[in-house]
Design a protein around this ligand. Sequence first.
Ligand SMILES: [Zn+2]
Length: 324
Amino acid sequence: MAQQALNLRAEYAQSGDHAISSDDAEKILKIVINPPRPDKSLDNLKRLEVVCTVALPAAHPFRLYVSEYTRHFENFKSKWEGVQTREHCDQGCKDILHAQFVSLRLTKYWKDQAMSDITVALPSPTELMDSIEYQREWEPRLSPGLRQALKFDQFSRIFGQGPSSLGTGRDDATQVSDLTGTTGSASTASVLNSILHQLQQQAGQQATSTGAGSGGGGRTGGGGTENRSVENTSFNATLFGEYKTRQVNGRVVRSKDVREAVRAGRLPALPTSKVPGNNQSMCLAWHTKGQCSQSCPLSADHVPYTDTEYQPLCGWCSANYPSE
Ligand SMILES: [Zn+2]
């Protein structure tokens, strides 16, 4: 029943372009990481796809990744059913291993993206299928703690015997929650919360930047070379390490948001670049985060500074950099 209601809600959410409520999103995300029954991990992917459809703009790279991945996995489904796990006793948990495979990539992406002003690269959407075709290792190693939290071995014993051992007439969600007690472990829950938070944040930013011209919005998709990350190998962690990781409301402050505050006049202008003939401001991301993008309009300022040359930026940051 719960599963059915969610399916309906997912269809409903997909049909319109109204925002999904955080309550709905959370329910769907719980399904995403709920341990799937054998050969049912595609359902998890489809639910994830629905969340992305309603929460993210069409060209968002994460949304493109999820839908591409889902499409490839769907085409691969008949082969997937024949895939054997490394350990025979894990066979019944193959789709849990798959869910974890996906989950690790999504988590890493959102964590990296939270630290970066530019679009973080996602893995190939055919990574899993390619690994299996080339007989490479694909199964993530589950820590003993996670195995226990997922009641993995118990799950394996029950589902490993095949679907006939399942009771009939009860929906997947009930059976899974019977097995797992609660939805995942505490760490899974916090990962979920952070993904949810990011999704909402992205959706909010998209809504506010629409119409504002070339914001950080929908044009970042496609994965071309223009957004390639460049690292400041002379990053001065002594002076700026604190700003690199400074958080406000539990989130690392992004240079993009600080620049936006400067542009809107909520913060004073940034110091001018030291580069002769360059009267643009210093690149905040390059100097305070140690990372920027190749397409940065201030890239002429992507040069090493001495401590003395950094004094104006240090002064600006200590007076103006957002804090709690
Ligand atoms: Zn830059």
